[in-house]
Design a protein around this ligand. Structure first.
Ligand code: SP5
Ligand code: ZN
Length: 357
């Protein structure tokens, strides 16, 4: 399989994130991508390559230009104002919640750097540093390159995106995500293919950003399997009652899962989600491949094994749709490379079985 990655993504590397007010060692580290890359290289069945630069076009088709402009200049703005001394990353401490303004109408754009980061970012776990914007741009280039490979006729291709993307919405970043790689790939596919595209989000966390971006759209169907947000981040979205709005009504499917869900139970839910997507789309599937459903993941609470990941890959490839597979979460670094390797091996096994010769 074609595997796209970029060394620029490793420029985003902060030491700590703030969880419930305390600094804890970062979970979303470059070692994650290195582990996956090493495992796929050693596997020997994949062709690794770097992406072309796709510019801002695909990004601005999904994200608010002011968010993108903010991300581009944020670190320099802290440096220029003297605020970046004694620190290598910035984290917001004051957030604009919906209820803050109430009947007062929209807030005017904040001026102070501290206000600006709290305007665009929704949690304390997504630090912004010098290399963040470049890395996020590289991750988008990876995702678009994978979409292009599929438009060029590949049955499946994989993008080793880092930072991940599915928690980032049109005008908001968080959840270790700055730009929504999967949503950008999906929008790119819609515009280039004129087909209805499906997004299958198997990260253990609900993809609030992706869901929000396409919530009122009929041409992109979004299906997500995740730990019930009543237990797990991001807490405020992902219930089964959320099914879309307006023209998008019925084009969102959420499947919250019980704690400890194992391979067999997971595969049944996955089959249902894939069938649901096949009924509503005719084009490629974008897979938001979070591997934090792994039994050893420090952030998840499901129990998928390496063998389960292989079965998942086989099941999804069995849909017969071109697959644009982009990496999301997955934090058990020791088992992460093998998890990705197994998932992609499952895809390749099924694709080979389907080939006519
Ligand atoms: C892309 C992605 O997977 N983002 C997930 C962001 C979740 N961050 C939540 C961190 C909460 C840490 N709680 C510590 C629990 C340790 N067992
Ligand atoms: Zn996740």
């Amino acid at each position: 399989m074609r595997v796209i990655h970029s060394p620029v993504q490793a420029e985003h590397t902060y030491r700590h994130e703030v969880v419930s007010g305390l600094p804890v060692p970062a979970y979303e580290v470059p070692a994650r991508a290195a582990a996956i890359r090493d495992a796929l290289e050693r596997d020997g069945r994949h062709r690794l390559a770097e992406p072309r630069g796709w510019g801002l076009g695909p990004i601005l088709a999904v994200h608010d230009a002011d968010l993108v402009g903010y991300l581009e200049g944020a670190w320099a703005e802290w440096v220029a104002s003297g605020r970046a001394a004694r620190r290598t990353a910035i984290v917001p401490d004051t957030f604009l919640l919906a209820g803050y303004r109430g009947a007062m109408g929209e807030a005017s754009r904040p001026v102070a750097p501290e206000g600006r980061i709290g305007y665009w970012c929704f949690d304390t776990m997504t630090p912004l540093m010098e290399g963040t914007y470049r890395a996020a741009r590289a991750a988008v280039d990876v995702a678009v390159e994978v979409a292009e490979a599929v438009l060029d006729g590949e049955r499946a291709a994989y993008g080793l995106c880092r930072p991940p993307g599915h928690h980032a919405a049109r005008g908001m970043f968080g959840g270790y995500c700055y730009l929504n790689n999967a949503a950008i790939a999906a929008e790119w596919l819609v515009r280039r293919s004129r087909m209805r595209v499906g997004i299958l989000d198997v990260d253990v966390h609900h993809g609030n950003g992706t869901q929000a971006i396409f919530y009122e759209r009929a041409d992109v169907a979004y299906a997500s399997l995740h730990s019930d947000p009543q237990r797990l981040y991001p807490y405020f979205s992902g219930s089964a009652e959320e099914t879309g709005e307006g023209p998008g009504l019925g084009a969102t499917l959420n499947v919250p899962l019980a704690m400890g869900t194992d391979d067999d139970a997971y595969l049944m839910a996955l089959e249902r989600a894939v069938d649901w997507l096949l009924d509503r789309t005719d084009g490629p599937l974008v897979v938001s491949l979070g591997l934090d459903t792994f039994e050893q993941d420090p952030l998840g609470d499901l129990a998928i094994t390496h063998d389960g990941f292989r079965r998942c890959g086989e099941l999804v490839a069995g849909a017969g749709r071109p697959l644009v597979i982009v990496q999301e979460g997955g934090y058990a670094v020791a088992g992460l490379g093998e998890a990705a390797r197994q998932w992609l091996a499952g895809v390749d096994a099924r694709a080979a079985a389907h080939r006519p010769e």
